[in-house]
Design a protein around this ligand. Structure first.
Ligand code: SF4
Length: 445
């Protein structure tokens, strides 16, 4: 006989980065143990949680507009509980409850484990805010089971001590904290046991990883790659100033570590890099890029660029455009600068108009698409190892997966999900490669 509690449903909407996706999985697991099954459709849920991002103004606005859209649902079903977690919740705290009268619960980035109890209080009619300040000493034990998916995310460290001038992350995610290596290895092994073949290790700056026993990130990567049954390991994100030759060596030397590096530059001009407080010059950044390309010529290098930082001149921006030509990013995330709470940059003079920022962003993105297309076209005729994930979203009858370098590869085929196959690339497109399977190389687990 099922208990009444088991009939409850939670809908979790996740915004922002992969770390939030990981936290949402953990929330789903905690709430499942509390009698809440996952619901795809918010209209059928008893509890709706928005796991939010505040790293850019646009992301924060999206959360407010989603909350606005939930107002009529709450009016029709007053028993519905609505909660907000993640970075925006940590940043805004009680202000969110004041500004959104139909909201029941606000919880911070270090309060996941408390959420079931907070939901119970909300059900009893008590609106709650719980946003404890993340402390250096604590990193709540996270999931060891997780969903049985082919690709798993595992957080290895959280927080950031860098305080880049534009970034709210150190204020909402707190100081850097690393999980003990043993606990991470246990979690990876459990994920593999549940079906994972690829793991992505997450942290705001994985290069700063150091566990209480002194294990650093290259060593952790080596140990994770040795977990039996695991085929592929990726990680994100690396801060350029902390990217060590040892990490590059480990990546190149471990067959199960994929040749994909996300190395955000943020800008191409020394003047702007200094104002951003990034801790490296353009030339130091390029030296790391060259070291990666030398060690892994087949690898893919990704970046982040912010255009329109306060005071960015046309010449500064031209230097960023030239950086694109020198690095030739395989993939690039690019954004317009926006003021974030607490940050140094919000008080800087020389703010640029939306029009200038939009023009620069467009110019950058157009050029990057051309570069990516040229890189993908140059791969025509090559053979890529692909982990097959499932049917392609767009493309009738095609399957999709990722190459070692993290490129999306589509190809005709079926019943190959969860297998490693070799695909000959026939066409390079901007967002994907199109090819045909030449061999199934699935390894014994
Ligand atoms: S390194 Fe800089 S941009 Fe990255 S999370 Fe830390 S403060 Fe933010």
């Amino acid at each position: 006989m099922s208990s009444p509690a088991a009939a409850k449903k939670v809908h979790i909407a996740t915004f922002g980065c992969q770390m939030n996706r990981y936290d949402s999985d953990r929330l789903a697991e905690l709430l499942a143990a509390h009698g809440y099954a996952l619901a795809e459709d918010p209209a059928s849920a008893d509890l709706i949680i928005l796991n939010t991002c505040s790293v850019r103004e646009h992301a924060a606005q999206k959360v407010y507009s989603q909350l606005g859209a939930l107002k009529s649902l709450k009016r029709r079903r007053p028993g519905l509980i609505i909660g907000v977690g993640g970075c925006l919740a940590q940043q805004e705290g009680a202000r969110l409850l004041e500004n959104v009268p139909h909201l029941d619960l606000v919880f911070g980035t270090d309060a996941l484990e408390e959420v079931p109890a907070l939901v119970d209080e909300a059900v009893r009619g008590r609106r709650r805010v719980h946003t404890p300040r993340p402390r250096r000493a604590t990193l709540a034990r996270t999931s060891v089971a997780g969903p049985g998916e082919l690709k798993a995310l595992v957080t290895v460290m959280q927080g950031c001590d860098n305080y880049c001038a534009y970034c709210v992350v150190p204020y909402v995610r707190g100081p850097e904290r690393s999980r003990p290596a043993g606990e991470i290895l246990e979690e990876v092994a459990a994920r593999v046991e549940a079906g994972a073949r690829e793991v992505t290790l997450l942290g705001q700056n994985v290069n700063s990883y150091r566990d209480p026993a002194g294990v650093d990130f290259p060593e952790l990567l080596r140990r994770v790659a040795a977990v039996p049954g695991l085929w592929r390991v990726r990680f994100t994100t690396s801060h350029p100033k902390d990217l060590s030759p040892r990490l590059i060596e480990t990546m190149a030397g471990e067959e199960r570590v994929m040749e994909q590096l996300h190395l955000p530059a943020q800008a191409g001009s020394d003047r702007v890099l200094a104002a951003m407080r990034r801790g490296y010059t353009r030339e130091q950044y390029l030296a790391k890029v060259r070291a990666f390309r030398r060690a892994m010529p087949q690898g893919a290098l990704g970046g982040d660029i912010i255009v329109g930082f306060p005071g960015e001149s046309e010449e500064d921006f031209a230097q960023t455009m030239r950086l694109l030509e020198e690095v030739r990013y395989d993939f690039l995330f690019s954004f317009k600068y926006s003021d974030r709470p607490h940050t140094v940059a919000r008080h800087l003079k020389g703010k640029l108009s939306e029009e200038v920022k939009a023009r620069r962003l467009q110019e950058l993105q157009v050029r990057q698409r051309q570069i990516t297309l040229a890189i993908h076209q140059a791969l025509e005729g090559s053979v890529q190892e692909v982990l097959v994930e499932g049917p392609a979203k767009r493309g009738q009858g095609l399957m999709t997966g990722r190459s070692r370098a993290g490129r999306a590869v589509n190809f005709p085929g079926e019943e190959l999900v969860g297998r490693l196959v070799m695909v000959r690339i026939e066409q390079g497109r901007v967002n994907s490669l199109l090819g045909r399977v030449v061999t199934d190389t699935t390894r014994e687990v």
